[in-house]
Design a protein around this ligand. Sequence first.
Ligand code: F6R
Length: 247
Amino acid sequence: MKLIVCENYAEMSRRAADIISAQLVLKPNSVLGLATGSTPEGLYRELISDYKKGIISFEEAKSVNLDEYFGLSPDHPQSYAFFMRAHLFDHVDIKPENTFIPDGTNVDRDGETSRYDTLIEKLGGVDLQLLGIGVDGHIGFNEPSDSISLGTSCVALDESTIKANSRFFASEDEVPKYAYSMGCGTILSAGRILLLASGKNKAEILEKTFYGEVTPRVPASLLRLVPEKVTVICDRDAASKILELHG
Ligand code: F6R
């Protein structure tokens, strides 16, 4: 896996935008796998800026998001559908009908997970998958587990994830306990994978991802099964444990 250590969050965001913009220039009808959370916000600002400068267009692109909270409608301010509109889709020329995200309001869990897998298959898979990383090593919402979930599933969120994400909600009690998440198999099948990590709280898990055991107990470590596809871009804080232990 290629590791790019940047001075700070701004540089990480710009380097990541360069990769996604290049993807869109080279293949305008790319299927982009997108992530939410704090980490990609700067990247999305950079992509909006590239779009406004006329460097890139999303007109032919399609997007599939990694995950959505179970029980939240697309209009809920903390839903990932809302996040994507606010941070990217409303500011670029992507067609709303070409943006896909699991339907958090669908209570038929088997129906929703197979609908999402079929949809991704029909799109021909993901060309470039963007990922953040949870403090517990989750990618998408694939939480540490004894087995690998290949396709989309409805997952119970870990305590640490609920705690980490409570910063977006009025209280911890309001954080949904389940989410639909694209599976690790789909993520690993993407043509290219770009993982971003920022901040000291990601230092330990990033070191485990690169140097620990490859195990579904650390879902991000599974990326080492397809090392040639993966680029990790992080800031100095997130790389601090790797730099301290491995130079
Ligand atoms: C979000 C997602 C999650 C986040 C992860 C890190 O769509 O799939 O895996 O990437 O929880 O979140 P932040 O960036 O907020 O630290």
